[in-house]
Design a protein around this ligand. Structure first.
Ligand code: AMP
Length: 417
């Protein structure tokens, strides 16, 4: 069921409480907190500009980091208010609490078109507890609730869920912001009715993390391409040798069941035919956590079994070429999880090849390229191809749960159209 959108509402003169995702990376430099990446702030601008244009009184709620219910000065949202003012080209008021008399006075002082950012909601332990009294204090600040924080929509916290429920009970509208609306369009509608062939690419570390997504998408996909360490559990399930690679021995049955389901649904299911491997050699050093550091020596490609002393880190060039050819003929592609340990450039080529194939298919054939969050988004950004994808999700855990078909608390608290 489609969610009510901020577009559908008359908000002139109304107090609109907007939950945004301003959980930005910050760092202290010469005693000053600086924001290292403003992407999340920039992404809220369309919603905020629409609210300003409609003459709403916008009250922004967000969390930063994990202050665990304490006032941790380094996790204040004040620097975000300053950055937002710069990006909007207009003043953004800031109040050093998110509930209580100071917050209420700051909201009352707003005029039409004004914007106020509340202090970190996680300064109150009640936020993560989804405490109803705290949620009601937030609700007192709002005539309308808008959730634009898809990345936090899988959490049942007061500002993402409880406040919406209370406002609904008070008969006040709760709606999706423009960013949230886009997430629902691409991860929801577009995948429910994909342009065919619909190709699903799944990678990352573990089969167990992705199995629910695989299972659900096998009902819809025409082709599934597997990469990442997850592929080695499939290899093991088929009696192959995986050396020292990351495998989940107790999930070989899960892997075979997924292949069986694919077969019964006539979904083409592809596993890598070659692998980039390296030999881990103890460097004698330990990392910050006290664990031994291994040098990954002699990176090379193997077609079949992985030798006992070696470990797999990426799909090989033959697999990358085959996957790129399948992507070139796709109508819609959903990609979740890198093809290898892309953080190390020696093992990033498979992931980059997939990202390039997607960019090319999107440009040449109008393929809808949908990047389903988390590390695949990081990999596309790293390859500098982000602007060439149809859609990149802003969620990590939230995207995965949404793709698994789990109802997200942040969405359940929004009105249907
Ligand atoms: P996920 O969060 O499940 O999508 O997994 C992403 C992580 O899996 C990334 O940090 C990758 O470095 C890691 N990864 C992918 N392939 C491999 C591999 N072959 N060996 C070790 N780690 C891998």
């Amino acid at each position: 069921m489609a969610k009510l959108s901020i577009r559908d509402l008359d908000v002139t003169g109304k107090r609109v409480l907007v939950r945004v995702d301003y959980n930005v990376p910050t760092e202290e430099k010469n005693g000053v907190i600086v924001i290292n990446d403003i992407t999340r702030i920039r992404e809220t601008l369309p919603t905020l500009q629409l609210l300003i244009q409609k003459g709403a009184r916008t009250v922004l709620a967000a969390h930063l980091g994990r202050p665990d219910g304490k006032r941790e000065p380094s996790l204040s949202l004040k620097p975000v208010a300053e950055k937002l003012a710069e990006l909007l080209g207009k003043p953004v008021a800031f109040v050093d609490d998110c509930v209580g008399p100071a917050a209420e006075a700051a909201v009352a002082a707003l005029t039409n078109g004004g914007v106020l950012l509340l202090e970190n909601v996680r300064y109150h332990a009640e936020e993560e507890d989804n405490d109803p009294v705290f949620a009601a204090q937030l609700a007192r600040l709002a005539d309308v609730y808008v959730n634009d924080a898809f990345g936090a929509a899988h959490r049942a916290h007061a500002s993402t869920s409880g406040v919406g429920r209370i406002l609904q009970a008070w008969g006040r509208p709760t709606a999706a912001g423009l960013l949230m609306e886009r997430e629902l369009k691409f991860l929801g509608d577009e995948l429910d009715h994909p342009a065919r062939p619909f190709v699903v690419i799944l990678g990352g570390a573990k089969v167990s993390d992705k199995i629910k997504v695989i299972d659900r998408l096998l009902d819809k996909a025409d082709t599934v391409l597997i990469g990442g360490a997850m592929a080695y559990t499939f290899k093991l399930a088929h009696g192959g040798k995986t050396g020292k690679s990351l495998v989940e021995k107790d999930h070989t049955g899960t892997a075979l069941a997924a292949e069986e389901k694919a077969k019964s649904r006539k979904v083409a299911f592809h596993l890598p035919t070659d692998t980039v491997i390296a030999t881990p050699v103890d460097s004698g050093k330990v990392n910050k956590k006290g664990r031994p550091v291994y040098d990954l020596q002699n990176p090379r490609v193997v077609a079949g079994d992985i030798p006992d002393d070696a470990e797999g880190f990426d799909i090989g060039p033959e697999t990358a070429k085959a996957y790129a050819a399948i992507i070139a003929g796709a109508g819609t592609v959903l990609w979740n999880g890198p093809m290898g340990m892309f953080e190390d450039t020696r093992f990033a080529e498979g992931t980059i090849a997939v990202a390039k194939a997607l960019a090319e298919a999107t440009a040449k054939h109008g393929t809808k390229s949908i990047i389903g969050g988390g590390d695949s988004v990081k990999a596309v950004n790293k390859a500098g191809l982000d602007s060439q994808m149809t859609f990149m999700s802003t969620g990590g855990g939230a995207s995965l749960e949404f793709l698994e078909g789990i109802p997200l608390p942040g969405l359940s608290a929004l009105d249907n159209k």
